[in-house]
Design a protein around this ligand. Structure first.
Ligand code: SF4
Length: 370
C-alpha cells in the first residue's frame, strides 16, 4: 500500500549567489534571466499536477533566498494552492541573503520554518569553504525571522572539515546554540570529486577524528537541551522536522524542479539531467520502478535512521509483512548480539547498534538478496 497523495512536497531551487567549495549539488550561479526561465518551467510543472494538500512543503536548493523578491513572490504564489492545509512549511535561507522584507514575505505565504546554512563560526573555515556570512548576518537572520513570527529555525552545522581543530568545532557549536535554534542538522564533510575541495585534493579529517567530533557534538547538544531523534538531527522538544520524518517514514513525496527527486506510488523519479533539458521539458521524469522487496529494504533503511526506529505497523500495513520476519536471520542474530531490538510498535537499533548501523544494513541487504 502506498499513500494515495504525496504527503510532502519538495521544490528545488537550483541557484546560489556563490558556490561553496565542497558543493557537488545541482546548482548554478544565480542569474536573473535563468531564474525567470526556471520559474516558468516550474509553473508548467505545477500546473500539470492536480492540486493536492501536503502535510509539509520544503523549498530547498541551491538557495531559495538567492531569488530576487519578485521571483520569490512568484514561486510562493505558485505554491499557495498547495499550502492550504500545510502543517510545516520550510524554506532554506542562506544568512547572507537575508534582506529587508524577506521574513515577512515568507511568513505571508505560510512559511513557518527556516533552515539556515550556518556550518561554522570560524572565519578561516568559512573562507576556505567560500561561504560569506558574518556573525552580524546570523544575528540579523534570527532577529528578522523572530520578528516576523517564524521562530522555528534550524541550523546546519558541518564538521570534519579539512584542518578543522577541536577548538574551532567547539566554538562553532557554542555559537550555533547561542542563537537559540529549535533544531540542528549535522553534516560530516564528504569530499566530492567535482567540488572545488575535490579538485584541490583536500581531505576531511580522518575517520577516528570524525567519530570523536560527532560524539562530542552529540553530547554537547544533549547537555544544551537538544534531543537527538535521528542520526544527524537534534531538536528542542516538539521541533523535529516533520518533512524529513515523512521521508524517513517512507511516505510519498512529490519533487518539483530541476535537481529535485520524488517518490510516488513505488516510483522514484528525477528530472532532466541538465537545467537546459528541464527548461525544454519540465514534465520529463526519469523513473525507477522499485520492486516491493526494494521498497521494503529502503523503508527499513530509512526507518532505522530514527532513534525510535522503524514503524512496524506501518510497514505491515504497506507490505503485508512484518519487518522482523522479512529478514529473520539478521534480525534474530542482531537481537541476540544486543544490536537491534523491537516491540509491538517499532524495530530499532540499540545504542551499540546505532553506532554501526551501516554495517548492519549491509548484512541485511545481503540477506535481502536484491
Ligand atoms: S549554498 Fe548549498 S547548494 Fe549552494 S553552493 Fe553552497 S552547498 Fe551548494
Amino acid at each position: 500500500m502506498t499513500d494515495a497523495k504525496p504527503r510532502s512536497l519538495y521544490v528545488h531551487v537550483p541557484f546560489c549567489r556563490t558556490i561553496c567549495a565542497y558543493c557537488d549539488f545541482r546548482r548554478y550561479v544565480y542569474r536573473s534571466e535563468a531564474a525567470d526561465a526556471w520559474l516558468k518551467a516550474v509553473e508548467k510543472e505545477l500546473q500539470a499536477r492536480e492540486v493536492f494538500h501536503p502535510e509539509t512543503i520544503y523549498i530547498g536548493g541551491g538557495t531559495p533566498s538567492a531569488l530576487n523578491d519578485d521571483q520569490l513572490e512568484t514561486l510562493l504564489s505558485l505554491l499557495d494552492p498547495f499550502a492550504e492545509e500545510v502543517k510545516e512549511y520550510t524554506a532554506e535561507v542562506n544568512p547572507e541573503t537575508v534582506r529587508e522584507g524577506l521574513a515577512e514575505r515568507l511568513a505571508r505565504h505560510s512559511v513557518n520554518r527556516i533552515s539556515a546554512g550556518f556550518q561554522s563560526s570560524s572565519k578561516r573555515l568559512l573562507k576556505l569553504m567560500n561561504r560569506h556570512h558574518t556573525e552580524k548576518d546570523m544575528e540579523r537572520l534570527f532577529a528578522s525571522f523572530h520578528q516576523a513570527g517564524i521562530t522555528n529555525i534550524s541550523l546546519d552545522l558541518m564538521y570534519s572539515l579539512p584542518s578543522q581543530t577541536s577548538s574551532e568545532l567547539q566554538e562553532a557549536v557554542e555559537t550555533a546554540v547561542s542563537y537559540g535554534p529549535t533544531h540542528l542538522s549535522l553534516y560530516s564533510l564528504t569530499i566530492e570529486e567535482n567540488s572545488v575541495f575535490g579538485k584541490k585534493g583536500l581531505k576531511p579529517c580522518d575517520e577516528d577524528t570524525e567519530a570523536d567530533m560527532y560524539e562530542w557534538i552529540a553530547e554537547r547538544l544533549r547537555q544544551c537541551g537538544y534531543r537527538q531523534y535521528e542520526v544527524s538531527s537534534f531538536e528542542r522538544e516538539g521541533h523535529s522536522s516533520l518533512h524529513n520524518c515523512n521521508v524517513w517514514n517512507y511516505h510519498d513525496f512529490a519533487g518539483i524542479g530541476y535537481g529535485a527527486w520524488g517518490m510516488e506510488q513505488g516510483i522514484r523519479y528525477t528530472h532532466s539531467e541538465t537545467l537546459k533539458g528541464y527548461l525544454q521539458d519540465p514534465l520529463y521524469h526519469k523513473d525507477v520502478n522499485l520492486s516491493e522487496r526494494e521498497q521494503m529494504f529502503e523503508s527499513l533503511m530509512m526507518g532505522l535512521r530514527l532513534v525510535e526506529g522503524l514503524d512496524r505497523r506501518l510497514f505491515l500495513e504497506r507490505f503485508d509483512q512484518d519487518p522482523v520476519s522479512v529478514y529473520p536471520s539478521c534480525m534474530e542474530r542482531f537481537r541476540k548480539e544486543g544490536l537491534m531490538d523491537w516491540n509491538e510498535e517499532r524495530v530499532f537499533c540499540t545504542g551499540k547498534g546505532y553506532m554501526i548501523m551501516n554495517n548492519l544494513l549491509e548484512e541485511i541487504l545481503e540477506e535481502a538478496d536484491l
